[in-house]
Design a binder for this molecule. Structure first.
Ligand code: KIV
Ligand code: ZN
Length: 518
């Protein structure tokens, strides 16, 4: 019997980017999109083109690069948004516009200040206009979870007639329980049968995003919207890896369904996104958490040794987690071994990226005895996602961290000039960052600072993530990797500055309302 395909619509780059502190530079978004394509997602929501020139640029570049997944941009139900969305994806091989307007009484009355007829008119106009750019238009009834089912049917009839082929029913505030989502989806899919695909988009405010998505599939949804690591507004969205692995592992229940996901790309995708956003999944997170495959108690370990299935319902290999991390590289490893190892980790680098990554690997190998998979992942991701380097750190000297006045001397290269400055601060980090500010002339406001060891051992690489706002523009993330935490911190700060310069003037939201989705 042929199985129904559940379309996986990934919104890591749009709803996921709306997680506090998850804003990414264009290079980072391109790398994530390329990984999502390898993962096999059907639709990549690459951003919200009208939100800012930076968002538009990133979507446009992703549209040119991705070939096997549909590239989609979000648009509010207004001409200017739909136009920006249509233009941003114009060069994509497969493209979709996703337009939305709120349909719940509370949103229509207080947020939109529109009556239901006006909302239907706006929705129809947006879909008709979107169809002048693309064939494939999705319409979302924002806050469908709290909308009147009669109104959902009415607006769906109107937008399907106008040319929408997917009707998305978001539980925008994560309020609904599985049986309620099941009932809504069943009624809507029976009603629209054969005229549109029913999709769900479940937020996780009550921790039910995945359960609600699975219930929706059972009751007729054929598209689920989700994010890697469950990133997203507030408590996030339903996690892609959990939905996909539930469908696969419980294929005895979900007998009629399949997805196009290559599950072996789940773990590499999760690591890439955690490294880029600096947001680590909680250790006990299902599927991709650090402890998801660890067995701590003696009884469990004993069982697993006798037969893995006593305590493991999923194999680490099935999600691409190669537990055999024993093939460590060291300073005598050559370029071929390096390239081979990267290929095993899912990285295919062009020659330039391979050369620069190998150079960085050699420098690291001189200082660190053994280099683990996580070190390589961090190093290569760092190399591949960095913005054009306007400023480059040459050296850093720190003085008196022990009770006197913390001070730093920083040497930085800008084009062909080397600039040296020294400065003091309240602490060592403050001294380093202030001195960099003095060299660049930009005054950065540090909004977040995180340091994490990449692997184990006293000589572990420090991965520093900073979130800095320059010129009062939205904060941008920078990463620095080094055995020395202070050097990693200086690199992270300069990385944020370089990212900022690559997007200067393109970060500010285009509309005065600071929220990205109204
Ligand atoms: O949560 C939501 O309702 C959304 C829509 C824009 C689809 O993100
Ligand atoms: Zn959402």
């Amino acid at each position: 019997m042929s199985k129904d395909t559940i379309k996986i619509f990934d919104t890591t780059l749009r709803d996921g980017e709306q997680s506090p502190g998850a804003s990414m530079n264009t290079e980072e978004k391109i790398q994530i999109a390329a990984q999502l394509e390898r993962l096999g997602v059907d639709i990549i929501e690459a951003g919200f083109a009208a939100a800012s020139p930076g968002d538009f640029d990133a979507i446009e570049k992703i549209a040119q690069r991705v070939k096997n997944s549909t590239v989609c941009s979000l648009a509010r139900a207004m001409d200017s948004d739909v136009k920006a969305a249509g233009e941003s994806i114009a060069k994509a091989r497969l493209k979709r516009i996703h337009t939305f307007i709120a349909t719940s009484p509370i949103h229509m009355e207080y947020k939109l200040k529109m009556n239901p007829d006006e909302v239907i008119k706006r929705a129809v106009r947006a879909v008709e206009y979107a169809r002048t750019f693309v064939e494939d238009v999705e319409f979302s009834c924002e806050d469908a979870g709290r909308s009147d089912i009669g109104f959902l049917k009415e607006i769906s009839d109107a937008v399907i007639e106008a040319g929408a082929s997917t009707i998305n029913l978001p539980d925008t505030v994560g309020f609904r329980l599985p049986f309620e989502i099941g009932a809504m989806v069943k009624e809507m899919s029976d009603y629209t049968k054969g005229r549109a695909i029913i999709s769900v988009h479940n937020h996780n405010d009550l921790g039910l995003g995945v359960a609600n998505s699975l219930e929706a599939i059972i009751h007729g949804a054929r598209q689920v919207e989700c994010t890697i690591n469950g990133l997203g507004e507030r408590a996030g969205n339903a996690a892609l890896e959990e939905i996909v692995m539930a469908l696969k592992t419980r294929s005895d229940v979900f007998t009629n369904f399949k997805t196009n996901i290559n599950t072996k790309e789940i773990y590499p995708s999760s690591r890439l996104i955690a490294t880029i956003t600096g947001i680590e999944p909680q250790p006990n997170k299902a599927i991709v958490g650090k402890n998801a495959f660890s067995h701590e108690s003696g009884i469990h370990q004993d069982g697993v040794l006798k037969n893995k299935e006593t305590y493991e319902i999923i194999t680490p290999e099935s999600i691409g987690l190669i537990k055999d991390d024993t093939l460590v590289l060291g300073k005598h490893s050559g370029r071929a071994a390096f390239k081979d190892k990267l290929a095993k980790l899912g990285f295919t680098l062009n020659n330039d990226a391979l050369n620069s990554s190998f150079e960085r690997f050699k420098i690291l190998a001189d200082r660190k005895k053994e280099i683990y998979d996580d070190d390589l992942r961090a190093l290569v991701t760092n190399e591949m996602t960095k913005a054009t380097q306007v400023y480059e750190l040459i050296s850093l000297q720190l003085m008196d961290c022990s009770g006197g006045v913390p001070s730093a001397a920083v040497k930085i290269k800008k084009e062909n000039d080397e600039i040296i400055e020294a400065g003091i601060g309240e602490g060592t980090i403050d001294a380093v960052f202030k001195t960099i500010d003095r060299i660049s002339g930009y005054n950065g406001k540090l909004e977040d600072y995180k340091v994490k060891s990449v692997s184990e051992g006293k000589d572990a690489l420090a991965n520093v993530t900073v979130k800095v706002s320059f010129n009062d523009e939205p904060a941008i993330i920078g990463h620095g990797l080094n055995i020395d935490t202070m050097l990693a911190s200086a690199r992270a700060y300069i990385g944020a500055l370089n990212s900022y310069l690559s997007m200067e003037g393109k970060l500010k939201s285009r509309y005065s309302d600071t929220s990205k989705t109204v």
